[in-house]
Design a protein around this ligand. Structure first.
Ligand code: AMP
Length: 282
Protein backbone atom coordinates (compact mmCIF):
# COMPACT_ATOMS: atom_id res chain seq x y z
CA UNK A 1 0.00 0.00 0.00
CA UNK A 2 1.31 3.43 -0.94
CA UNK A 3 1.04 6.24 1.59
CA UNK A 4 0.42 9.59 -0.06
CA UNK A 5 0.87 12.63 2.13
CA UNK A 6 0.84 15.57 -0.22
CA UNK A 7 -1.81 16.76 -2.64
CA UNK A 8 0.63 16.51 -5.54
CA UNK A 9 1.47 12.89 -4.67
CA UNK A 10 -2.24 12.10 -4.59
CA UNK A 11 -2.86 13.78 -7.95
CA UNK A 12 0.09 12.02 -9.59
CA UNK A 13 -1.11 8.62 -8.31
CA UNK A 14 -4.61 9.26 -9.63
CA UNK A 15 -3.29 10.46 -13.02
CA UNK A 16 -1.32 7.24 -13.40
CA UNK A 17 -4.30 5.03 -12.49
CA UNK A 18 -6.44 6.91 -15.03
CA UNK A 19 -3.74 6.55 -17.69
CA UNK A 20 -3.67 2.79 -17.02
CA UNK A 21 -7.44 2.69 -17.58
CA UNK A 22 -8.16 1.65 -13.98
CA UNK A 23 -11.37 2.46 -12.08
CA UNK A 24 -10.80 4.18 -8.74
CA UNK A 25 -12.86 3.75 -5.58
CA UNK A 26 -12.55 6.29 -2.76
CA UNK A 27 -13.43 5.72 0.90
CA UNK A 28 -13.23 9.00 2.86
CA UNK A 29 -12.78 8.56 6.62
CA UNK A 30 -11.58 10.33 9.74
CA UNK A 31 -9.61 7.26 10.81
CA UNK A 32 -9.62 5.17 14.00
CA UNK A 33 -10.93 2.49 11.70
CA UNK A 34 -13.46 -0.16 12.70
CA UNK A 35 -15.50 -2.80 10.87
CA UNK A 36 -17.96 -0.13 9.66
CA UNK A 37 -15.18 1.63 7.75
CA UNK A 38 -13.70 -1.67 6.63
CA UNK A 39 -17.02 -2.80 5.13
CA UNK A 40 -16.83 0.23 2.81
CA UNK A 41 -13.22 -0.57 1.96
CA UNK A 42 -14.05 -4.19 1.13
CA UNK A 43 -16.86 -3.07 -1.15
CA UNK A 44 -14.57 -0.68 -2.97
CA UNK A 45 -11.88 -3.33 -3.39
CA UNK A 46 -14.41 -5.81 -4.77
CA UNK A 47 -15.91 -3.37 -7.28
CA UNK A 48 -13.07 -1.06 -8.35
CA UNK A 49 -9.61 -1.73 -9.82
CA UNK A 50 -7.89 0.60 -7.35
CA UNK A 51 -8.96 1.70 -3.85
CA UNK A 52 -7.90 4.87 -2.07
CA UNK A 53 -8.76 5.41 1.59
CA UNK A 54 -8.38 8.91 2.94
CA UNK A 55 -7.87 9.62 6.62
CA UNK A 56 -8.36 13.24 7.57
CA UNK A 57 -9.89 14.59 10.76
CA UNK A 58 -11.45 17.57 9.06
CA UNK A 59 -11.23 20.61 11.37
CA UNK A 60 -13.79 22.54 9.31
CA UNK A 61 -16.64 20.20 10.21
CA UNK A 62 -16.20 20.55 13.98
CA UNK A 63 -17.81 23.34 15.97
CA UNK A 64 -15.82 25.35 18.56
CA UNK A 65 -17.12 23.24 21.49
CA UNK A 66 -16.85 19.89 19.79
CA UNK A 67 -14.34 17.06 20.08
CA UNK A 68 -11.77 17.93 17.37
CA UNK A 69 -8.77 17.71 19.73
CA UNK A 70 -10.04 14.63 21.56
CA UNK A 71 -11.03 12.77 18.39
CA UNK A 72 -9.34 9.33 18.59
CA UNK A 73 -6.41 8.70 16.27
CA UNK A 74 -4.26 5.60 15.65
CA UNK A 75 -2.37 5.86 12.38
CA UNK A 76 -0.31 2.70 12.82
CA UNK A 77 -3.25 0.43 13.52
CA UNK A 78 -5.28 2.02 10.67
CA UNK A 79 -2.41 1.55 8.26
CA UNK A 80 -2.03 -2.13 9.13
CA UNK A 81 -5.80 -2.84 8.79
CA UNK A 82 -5.89 -1.22 5.35
CA UNK A 83 -2.69 -2.91 4.23
CA UNK A 84 -4.09 -6.32 5.21
CA UNK A 85 -7.26 -5.73 3.18
CA UNK A 86 -5.24 -4.88 0.08
CA UNK A 87 -5.88 -1.13 -0.19
CA UNK A 88 -3.76 0.45 -2.95
CA UNK A 89 -3.25 3.92 -1.52
CA UNK A 90 -3.72 5.63 1.82
CA UNK A 91 -4.14 9.40 1.51
CA UNK A 92 -3.12 11.30 4.64
CA UNK A 93 -3.25 15.00 3.80
CA UNK A 94 -2.35 17.66 6.36
CA UNK A 95 -4.75 20.38 7.48
CA UNK A 96 -2.21 22.98 6.37
CA UNK A 97 -2.26 21.70 2.82
CA UNK A 98 -6.01 21.16 2.70
CA UNK A 99 -6.73 24.59 4.19
CA UNK A 100 -3.80 26.89 3.46
CA UNK A 101 -3.84 30.37 4.92
CA UNK A 102 -6.46 32.47 3.21
CA UNK A 103 -8.73 29.54 2.37
CA UNK A 104 -12.26 30.90 1.94
CA UNK A 105 -14.29 28.75 -0.44
CA UNK A 106 -17.02 26.43 0.82
CA UNK A 107 -19.65 24.20 -0.74
CA UNK A 108 -23.04 24.55 0.89
CA UNK A 109 -26.02 22.30 0.21
CA UNK A 110 -29.09 24.23 1.40
CA UNK A 111 -32.36 23.09 3.06
CA UNK A 112 -31.57 19.44 3.88
CA UNK A 113 -28.55 20.54 5.90
CA UNK A 114 -30.74 22.65 8.23
CA UNK A 115 -32.42 19.59 9.71
CA UNK A 116 -31.41 16.83 12.17
CA UNK A 117 -27.63 16.92 12.74
CA UNK A 118 -27.34 20.24 10.91
CA UNK A 119 -29.52 21.94 13.52
CA UNK A 120 -27.23 21.33 16.45
CA UNK A 121 -23.96 21.10 14.48
CA UNK A 122 -23.99 24.21 12.32
CA UNK A 123 -20.52 23.72 10.83
CA UNK A 124 -20.94 20.05 10.07
CA UNK A 125 -22.34 19.72 6.57
CA UNK A 126 -20.63 22.73 5.04
CA UNK A 127 -17.36 21.21 6.27
CA UNK A 128 -18.26 17.75 5.00
CA UNK A 129 -19.31 18.81 1.50
CA UNK A 130 -16.29 21.07 1.16
CA UNK A 131 -13.79 18.38 2.13
CA UNK A 132 -15.53 15.66 0.13
CA UNK A 133 -15.59 17.82 -3.00
CA UNK A 134 -11.88 18.60 -2.51
CA UNK A 135 -11.17 14.86 -2.14
CA UNK A 136 -13.19 14.15 -5.28
CA UNK A 137 -11.07 16.65 -7.23
CA UNK A 138 -7.79 15.31 -5.87
CA UNK A 139 -8.56 11.59 -6.23
CA UNK A 140 -10.85 11.73 -9.31
CA UNK A 141 -12.67 8.54 -8.26
CA UNK A 142 -15.25 6.70 -10.34
CA UNK A 143 -17.08 5.59 -7.18
CA UNK A 144 -17.12 6.78 -3.57
CA UNK A 145 -18.34 4.75 -0.61
CA UNK A 146 -20.25 6.07 2.42
CA UNK A 147 -22.08 4.46 5.36
CA UNK A 148 -25.80 4.68 5.99
CA UNK A 149 -24.91 5.24 9.63
CA UNK A 150 -24.58 8.89 8.55
CA UNK A 151 -27.64 8.76 6.33
CA UNK A 152 -28.17 12.52 6.29
CA UNK A 153 -24.54 13.01 5.25
CA UNK A 154 -25.00 10.40 2.50
CA UNK A 155 -28.06 12.24 1.14
CA UNK A 156 -26.29 15.61 1.37
CA UNK A 157 -23.39 14.21 -0.67
CA UNK A 158 -25.77 12.68 -3.21
CA UNK A 159 -27.45 16.08 -3.54
CA UNK A 160 -24.12 17.85 -4.06
CA UNK A 161 -23.07 15.31 -6.69
CA UNK A 162 -26.40 15.67 -8.45
CA UNK A 163 -26.61 19.45 -8.27
CA UNK A 164 -23.01 19.97 -9.39
CA UNK A 165 -23.21 17.33 -12.17
CA UNK A 166 -20.30 15.29 -10.83
CA UNK A 167 -19.71 12.05 -12.66
CA UNK A 168 -19.11 9.94 -9.54
CA UNK A 169 -21.16 6.98 -8.37
CA UNK A 170 -22.10 7.35 -4.70
CA UNK A 171 -22.49 3.99 -2.98
CA UNK A 172 -24.29 3.83 0.39
CA UNK A 173 -23.71 0.76 2.56
CA UNK A 174 -25.53 -0.66 5.61
CA UNK A 175 -24.73 0.11 9.24
CA UNK A 176 -22.36 -2.34 10.91
CA UNK A 177 -23.28 -3.00 14.55
CA UNK A 178 -21.93 -4.62 17.70
CA UNK A 179 -23.67 -7.86 18.74
CA UNK A 180 -26.00 -5.93 21.05
CA UNK A 181 -27.00 -3.55 18.27
CA UNK A 182 -24.85 -0.50 19.03
CA UNK A 183 -23.72 1.02 15.72
CA UNK A 184 -19.94 0.99 15.42
CA UNK A 185 -18.43 4.44 15.71
CA UNK A 186 -15.00 5.84 16.45
CA UNK A 187 -16.73 7.88 19.18
CA UNK A 188 -17.82 4.72 21.06
CA UNK A 189 -14.27 4.91 22.38
CA UNK A 190 -15.41 7.72 24.71
CA UNK A 191 -17.95 5.49 26.50
CA UNK A 192 -17.30 4.24 30.03
CA UNK A 193 -18.79 0.94 31.16
CA UNK A 194 -22.12 2.28 32.39
CA UNK A 195 -22.39 4.64 29.42
CA UNK A 196 -21.80 1.72 27.07
CA UNK A 197 -24.88 0.04 28.60
CA UNK A 198 -26.93 3.21 28.13
CA UNK A 199 -25.75 3.47 24.52
CA UNK A 200 -27.58 0.24 23.68
CA UNK A 201 -30.85 2.09 24.10
CA UNK A 202 -30.51 3.87 20.73
CA UNK A 203 -30.84 0.61 18.85
CA UNK A 204 -33.51 -0.65 21.26
CA UNK A 205 -35.53 2.49 20.59
CA UNK A 206 -35.24 2.05 16.82
CA UNK A 207 -36.30 -1.57 17.12
CA UNK A 208 -39.26 -0.65 19.30
CA UNK A 209 -40.40 1.94 16.76
CA UNK A 210 -40.06 -0.57 13.91
CA UNK A 211 -42.11 -3.05 15.88
CA UNK A 212 -44.84 -0.51 16.60
CA UNK A 213 -45.06 0.39 12.92
CA UNK A 214 -45.26 -3.30 12.00
CA UNK A 215 -48.17 -3.56 14.45
CA UNK A 216 -49.94 -0.74 12.65
CA UNK A 217 -48.91 2.39 14.59
CA UNK A 218 -48.92 5.40 12.28
CA UNK A 219 -48.59 8.37 14.63
CA UNK A 220 -45.08 9.81 14.39
CA UNK A 221 -45.54 11.51 17.76
CA UNK A 222 -46.36 8.20 19.44
CA UNK A 223 -43.19 6.71 17.94
CA UNK A 224 -41.08 9.66 19.08
CA UNK A 225 -42.38 9.54 22.63
CA UNK A 226 -41.94 5.77 22.95
CA UNK A 227 -38.34 6.09 21.74
CA UNK A 228 -37.71 8.99 24.13
CA UNK A 229 -38.94 7.00 27.10
CA UNK A 230 -36.61 4.09 26.22
CA UNK A 231 -33.61 6.39 25.84
CA UNK A 232 -34.30 8.46 28.94
CA UNK A 233 -35.03 5.37 31.05
CA UNK A 234 -31.63 5.36 32.72
CA UNK A 235 -31.26 9.08 33.09
CA UNK A 236 -27.72 9.20 31.66
CA UNK A 237 -28.63 10.03 28.11
CA UNK A 238 -29.39 13.47 26.80
CA UNK A 239 -31.46 13.52 23.65
CA UNK A 240 -30.39 15.93 20.89
CA UNK A 241 -33.16 14.83 18.53
CA UNK A 242 -35.55 11.99 17.91
CA UNK A 243 -36.96 12.23 14.44
CA UNK A 244 -39.54 10.47 12.34
CA UNK A 245 -39.12 12.15 9.01
CA UNK A 246 -39.19 12.03 5.26
CA UNK A 247 -36.07 10.03 4.24
CA UNK A 248 -34.94 12.47 1.52
CA UNK A 249 -36.02 15.93 2.74
CA UNK A 250 -35.81 15.18 6.49
CA UNK A 251 -39.03 17.04 7.25
CA UNK A 252 -40.80 15.80 10.36
CA UNK A 253 -43.88 13.67 9.70
CA UNK A 254 -47.18 13.61 11.57
CA UNK A 255 -48.21 10.32 10.12
CA UNK A 256 -46.11 7.46 8.78
CA UNK A 257 -47.34 6.46 5.35
CA UNK A 258 -45.03 4.79 2.84
CA UNK A 259 -41.30 5.22 3.47
CA UNK A 260 -39.96 7.12 6.46
CA UNK A 261 -36.73 7.49 8.33
CA UNK A 262 -36.26 7.26 12.07
CA UNK A 263 -33.15 9.00 13.30
CA UNK A 264 -31.65 9.69 16.70
CA UNK A 265 -28.83 11.76 18.12
CA UNK A 266 -28.10 11.29 21.80
CA UNK A 267 -25.35 12.52 24.10
CA UNK A 268 -24.07 9.76 26.39
CA UNK A 269 -21.23 11.10 28.51
CA UNK A 270 -18.73 12.75 26.17
CA UNK A 271 -20.01 10.88 23.12
CA UNK A 272 -22.66 12.18 20.77
CA UNK A 273 -24.11 9.04 19.21
CA UNK A 274 -26.30 8.79 16.13
CA UNK A 275 -28.32 5.98 14.63
CA UNK A 276 -31.14 5.59 12.15
CA UNK A 277 -33.24 3.16 10.18
CA UNK A 278 -35.72 3.26 7.33
CA UNK A 279 -39.25 2.04 7.83
CA UNK A 280 -42.10 1.48 5.46
CA UNK A 281 -45.78 1.41 6.28
CA UNK A 282 -47.89 0.14 3.42
P1 AMP B 1 -16.02 8.66 9.84
O1 AMP B 1 -14.63 8.16 9.95
O2 AMP B 1 -16.81 8.56 11.09
O3 AMP B 1 -16.10 10.00 9.16
O4 AMP B 1 -16.76 7.66 8.84
C1 AMP B 1 -16.26 7.41 7.56
C2 AMP B 1 -17.29 6.62 6.77
O5 AMP B 1 -17.57 5.38 7.45
C3 AMP B 1 -18.63 7.35 6.64
O6 AMP B 1 -19.15 7.15 5.33
C4 AMP B 1 -19.49 6.67 7.68
O7 AMP B 1 -20.88 6.70 7.38
C5 AMP B 1 -18.96 5.24 7.60
N1 AMP B 1 -19.29 4.53 8.84
C6 AMP B 1 -18.99 4.91 10.11
N2 AMP B 1 -19.50 4.03 11.00
C7 AMP B 1 -20.12 3.08 10.27
C8 AMP B 1 -20.85 1.89 10.60
N3 AMP B 1 -21.03 1.50 11.87
N4 AMP B 1 -21.36 1.14 9.60
C9 AMP B 1 -21.17 1.52 8.30
N5 AMP B 1 -20.50 2.62 7.92
C10 AMP B 1 -19.99 3.38 8.89
Amino acid sequence: MKTLKTLSEMKAWSREAHQDGKTIGLVPTMGYLHEGHLSLVRKSISTCDRTVVSIFVNPRQFGPNEDLDAYPRDEESDRSKLDQLGVDALFLPTADEMYPEGFQTYVHVEEITDKLCGKSRRELFRGVTTIVLKLFHLVQPHSAFFGEKDRQQLEVIRKMVDDLNLDIEIVGLPIIRELDGLALSSRNQYLGEAERETAKSLHEALQQAQQLVAQGESSAETLRSRMRSIIEREGQAQVDYISVCDPKRFEELEEVRGKAMIALAVHVGKARLIDNCLIERI
